[in-house]
Design a protein around this ligand. Structure first.
Ligand code: GRF
Length: 202
């Protein structure tokens, strides 16, 4: 079995990166984590890559003439490592249209809300402010519009009385760590594809 060579892009803690690394330890998993890229040199998640002996690169977003220029630097690393699939996992940069088109159908993101509700930042507080009783997380194909691509998988959790943003985030994060590997598995095994503006399941 050829495993999909997967890059994970991070900016911080990297707990979703760790979940993906752990899932890929199973030799039957259809993807392997071949590269980790962080735009922040001190990102805590880099330690997970180092511990697992996965090549980790820092590509700073600073010092580039434009957003696309930074994305071209990312792209060069991805091409050099023969990457098939890119997983954004707490990657705090908005990718250019150029990059998104180039990697169309091959770049996915995890977002801690039940999209299309609550896009952008501070999503747990957004959910609490809206008074929803169910919250959750979404893995979706990345398209130029932020947090808007076709949905691959979702998981839900209850919002409990007394929840603050941290308590809700922690409950959702547990689901994220199951959902992201499951979604990557679908994509890497060819069981979901991007077709136009839809995710199509085999
Ligand atoms: C996660 O909540 C993810 O959904 C969001 O950013 C957070 C990253 O957490 N996009 P981690 O770095 O994977 O621990």
């Amino acid at each position: 079995m050829t495993r999909a060579r997967t890059a994970v892009l991070i900016s911080g803690r990297g707990s979703n990166l760790k979940a993906l690394i752990d899932a890929c330890r199973d030799p039957k998993f259809p993807a392997e984590i071949s590269l980790v890229i962080s735009n922040i040199a001190g990102a805590g998640g880099l330690d997970y890559a180092r511990t697992a002996n996965i090549p980790a690169k820092i590509v700073s977003h600073r010092g580039h003439a434009s957003r696309e220029d930074f994305d071209r630097a990312l792209d060069a690393e991805l091409e050099e490592a023969n990457i098939d699939i890119v997983c954004l996992a707490g990657f705090m940069r908005i990718l250019s249209d150029w990059f998104v088109r180039r990697w169309e159908g091959r770049v996915i993101n995890i977002h801690p809300s039940l999209l299309p509700a609550f896009k952008g930042l501070n999503v747990h507080q957004q959910a609490l402010d809206a008074g929803v009783r169910i919250a959750g997380c979404t893995v979706h194909f990345v398209v130029p519009e932020l947090d808007s691509g076709p949905i691959i998988a979702q998981a839900s959790v209850p919002v409990l009385p007394g929840d603050d943003a941290d308590a809700l985030a922690a409950r959702i994060l547990i689901e994220e760590h199951k959902l992201y590997p499951a979604a990557l598995k679908l994509l890497a095994a060819g069981k979901v594809k991007l077709a136009g503006d839809k995710a199509v399941f085999a």
